[in-house]
Design a binder for this molecule. Structure first.
Ligand code: K7E
Ligand code: CUA
Length: 658
């Protein structure tokens, strides 16, 4: 069994986590340095000019992903991912409801954490962004041609999908890891049986090279620790993946004390190439599991949800040489891998020091069997043997590190509210700057790749307080942008983010902007209820189900007068936007509709349901100001009593009775 070293520091350090250094006068940036005209020039993007970088910032408990520009800090789009979004009808329209389907049913909300951009040869390639949902474990893929969510896969045998969704250097895999260990398979047992009975899984999800489609290749059944964060090996360490753990104590209550007992927890080093080979040769066991796989198709403009029934489970002790534990002080949160793949940094959140492990030393220690016991059959590597160095007294409460292109690392310190720059190889601190306040993640474009870009770094903070004009008790979080091109970091701007921005991924704009889609081609629209011209519009009744095949074009709906609808009907509006031009959406809103509006992009078909409950003549209209005659873009529906014999009738442009 694993060894327990209790230095009794846990309680003290845990308590100080709650008393952050924020809002104090010494940290207050009162508008001199950072607001100098020099800094203003650095972030100024003139009207009509474009930013140099896209930043994809997690929306945290909004469940979404936000697109910002750097250096301006302007927000361009909120991409709905795990949450219903009335702005566009995502998760409300019939086509997108399946995106939010899970084995627990329809879940209208999610808690998004870590976006990561796909890579080729260790360099971010701008094809897709992956992002994890923590609460009901899922991973989504966003297509960077359309900036829309196109796939969501649920992760079974998992709870709190936090150590996700980072990719390997050729996007072979995107990973997930369970933060809360649970009985696997789930069963009705006492919570007190946690120790030994609860397990954590690490999931390796294969990404198809061409389509990007995800499929769970295998899960590793790990001890019942909390798996917090992860990062891939790269370059020399490609083929490995590193996951931090906390609660190696396996406590099931009052974790703030009980999970802070061990002096060291672990970073699990997983040789996924070895396990891949093992499963390709028939290793592992299929076990029953229920999880949803949701895919959106850009031709049918429709998502489908498939319920999967089994998953391949691997017991790590049956694959010798595949998994090792690296002892790491103190309840590490982030684990970050240097651009060359040599160093693995453990951000021990209850520690003042940063621990850096050496990948070559790790391989040596494995070869020479320099072990210090084992945990559940998994060898624990000797701490001293694998240690590359320690960044001494860097700050308080390290959470996450990123890297530049000049051999420096940057670490956020939650408790001391600062970002600290230090040198790889010498481990010396070379600069520190306050950040406002209590930072979580930080981002450097390409920061999780072989090729980081050393111009900008931004820090995403947990506490906003006095940074902006007050807006009542609920504040957006704040982010600060630093110029890191010189020896010292220079704070150049401050911008609010939306939701809670756990991590962001950023990329040079020219890798993404040129292939951004302008509209959907009507000729490629294979939606079964599309009307591709006004001649195809119609209203069809089947019992109490009514299908309205409707079109929009500046500035009318076809049809715009419908009669013969009855109370108790279920009316499906299938609306095709006939426009074939950039940036001409039309909207659709129906009075009393117990749903959301729709925003329909050119060439797209979207459907919403209306169940009229009241007799009368009811209007609908376009919600998006699409032309000078937008206010004229409206229509009426006559709703008759259930037993009425008014015939179904629809028209456009026939005025009144002759
Ligand atoms: Cu540190 Cu979810 Cu990556 Cu938030 S996590 S900070
Ligand atoms: Cu169409 Cu306004």
């Amino acid at each position: 069994m694993m060894k327990i070293l209790n230095l009794g520091l846990g309680l003290m350090m845990a308590a100080s986590l709650f008393s952050c250094n924020n809002g104090s006068d010494k940290n207050k940036n009162s508008g001199n340095g950072a607001l100098s005209s020099n800094a203003a020039e650095q972030v100024y993007v003139a009207p009509g000019e474009h930013d140099d970088y896209y930043a994809f910032i997690s929306g945290g408990y909004s469940g979404n992903l936000l697109v910002y520009g750097l250096p301006s800090g302007r927000m361009f789009k909120e991409i709905p991912v795990f949450s219903q979004f009335p702005t566009s009808g995502y998760g409300y329209s019939e086509e997108t409801k399946p995106m939010l389907n899970t084995s627990h049913g329809f879940i209208p909300w999610g808690d998004a954490h870590h976006p990561d951009i796909s890579q080729t040869d260790g360099v971010i390639d701008g094809r897709w962004v992956f992002i994890n949902e923590n609460n009901t474990p899922r991973i989504a893929r966003i297509d960077l041609e359309t900036f829309e969510t196109v796939e969501v896969i649920e992760v079974p045998n998992s709870a709190g999908n936090h150590s996700s969704s980072f990719v390997t250097e050729n996007t072979e895999y995107v990973v997930a890891g369970t933060r809360f260990s649970v009985p696997i398979p789930q069963q009705d047992i006492s919570i007190k049986e946690y120790k030994g009975k609860f397990k954590g899984t690490l999931s390796f999800i294969k990404v198809d090279e061409d389509s990007g489609n995800m499929e769970i290749k295998f899960q590793l059944m790990m001890p019942g620790f909390n798996y917090d964060l992860s990062h891939p090996g790269r370059g020399q360490s490609h083929g490995w993946f590193f996951f931090t753990t906390y609660n190696t104590e396996e406590a099931n209550s009052l974790l703030e004390v009980n999970a802070s007992q061990n002096d060291k927890d672990f970073i699990a080093a997983v040789n996924w190439k070895k396990i891949e080979e093992y499963v390709n040769n028939g290793g592992g066991e299929m076990m029953p599991a229920e999880y949803a796989h949701n895919l959106y198709d850009h031709n049918t403009h429709t998502a489908t949800s498939t319920m999967k029934k089994e998953v391949l489970m691997v017991n790590p002790t049956e694959v010798p040489g595949a998994v090792y534990f690296m002892p790491t002080p103190k309840s590490p949160h982030g684990v970050d891998v240097s651009p060359d793949g040599q160093y693995i940094i453990g951000n021990g959140k209850l520690s003042a020091n940063l621990t850096v492990h050496s990948f070559p030393k790790m391989l040596e220690a494995i070869k020479n069997e320099k072990f210090d016991g084992e945990a559940y059959g998994i060898p624990i590597l000797d701490f001293e043997e694998i240690l590359a160095g320690v960044v001494e007294q860097a700050g308080l409460g390290p959470l996450h590190s990123e890297f530049d292109d000049k051999g420096n690392a940057y670490t956020t310190f939650f408790i001391s509210s600062e970002v600290v720059k230090w040198k790889l190889d010498t481990w010396e601190v070379v600069d520190r700057k306050p950040t406002y306040y209590s930072p979580g993640h930080l981002t450097i474009p390409g920061g999780n790749s072989r090729d980081p870009d050393g111009k900008y770094m931004f820090v995403m903070n947990k506490i906003t307080k006095d940074r902006y004009l007050p807006v009542g008790p609920e504040l957006e979080h704040s982010a600060q942008l630093y110029d890191i091109s010189g020896d010292k970091m220079e704070l150049i701007s401050d911008f609010p983010t939306h939701g809670e921005p756990h991590y962001a991924a950023a990329i040079k704009a020219d890798k993404v902007a040129p292939k951004s889609k302008k509209f959907y081609k009507l000729a490629e629209n294979t939606h079964p209820y599309a009307a591709k011209n006004e001649g195809e519009t119609k209203v069809v009744r089947d019992g109490n189900i009514v299908h309205v095949y409707m079109t929009t074009i500046r500035s009318h709906f076809s049809p715009d007068n419908i009669e013969g609808i009855k109370v108790g009907d279920k009316v499906y509006f299938h609306i095709t936007n006939l426009e074939q031009d950039f940036d001409v959406p039309h909207g659709f809103a129906m009075i009393g509709q117990n749903n959301s509006e729709l925003l329909i992009m050119p060439g797209q078909t979207k459907t919403s349901v209306w169940e009229p409950t009241k007799v009368g003549v009811w209007p609908f209209y376009c919600t998006d100001f699409c032309s000078a005659l937008h206010q004229e873009m409206q229509g009426y529906i006559r709703v008759s009593p259930k037993d009425s014999d008014i015939e179904l009738d629809w028209s456009l442009g026939d005025d009144a009775e002759e």
